[in-house]
Write a protein that binds this ligand. Sequence first.
Ligand code: GDP
Ligand code: CA
Length: 321
Amino acid sequence: MILALAGGVGGARLAHGLAQVLDPAELMIAVNTGDDFVHLGLYVAPDIDTVMYTLAGINDPQRGWGVADETWHFMEQLAKLGGETWFQLGDRDLATNVERTRRLTQGQKLSEVTRQLCLSLGVKHSVVPMSDERVRTRVDTDQGQLDFQDYFVRRRAEPKVRGFEYVGANQAQMSAALRDCLSDPALRAVIICPSNPYLSVAPILSIPGVRNAIANAAVPRLAISPIVGGQALKGPAAKIMRELGRESSVVEVARFYRGLIDALVIDGADASLSDEIALTGITPLVTSTVMRDANDRRQLAENVVGFCEQCRLQDVRSAEA
Ligand code: GDP
Ligand code: CA
């Protein structure tokens, strides 16, 4: 079993690749829920849906979120009625959120609801929320403490970031599936997808027990850098690094995951920073990490799974030596 930690777009891309090279029984994708919020009375879970739609092959590749071939009658009518339209929900996407909310209201856990929605959409690999309890990412900015969606969508990630809070994380428990996976003797590797470290991965690591379990796991632990050539391919990861007074580079990604991972997978564009990464105690692994299409995803996933196997063999050899 391989455990992958994922946010939305970058996470979903690699998760899709991993799902092409691993059987459903060999992969669990634990997804950030720090972006979740209640909007128009609906429980919206953007990262779970991005991963779910991508694995189902029905995601909109242009927008990066939502369902392909979407229609917008609901939003158009809502605008006419003077409703809130800063957060877009297409008609098909709306159905997901209505059905999720109905099931949650009936008392089902988010894990169970997610399992059912995935089943209905033909997703065979396990997609599990990091927790069934509410954890809300708050962003400390020059415009004040903002709810995640207020920062990210309404204000387009323009405010300058000073820090983050994952409200409720201390009281939350990891989902049963994630807990079982982390303590499963059959766990083979942990892969941190190329997701935003602060907004997508840190919320997962903030759930009590997750960080320790990964830090102490006797299996290869790899992250794939979301920063390529000093830039984020999408979203504010690089901007946030600079606003926090750090350099936007793969070295900063390595520093962020220090003590947690054995190796960081970086793109060829960043190969010259390998020595600096090695100084953090993390092994740099260089390959193509930009996933333009399904082939790239599959190739990167194959390489990453291969790296895990290499790390495992090296461990076995050094233990025998
Ligand atoms: P979000 O929840 O939609 O913001 O998605 P994530 O946090 O999972 O992903 C955002 C990060 O994915 C950004 O920092 C991007 O740079 C990174 N990303 C997106 N596509 C790729 C890709 O093809 N390769 C790599 N290495 N990173 C990517
Ligand atoms: Ca997200």
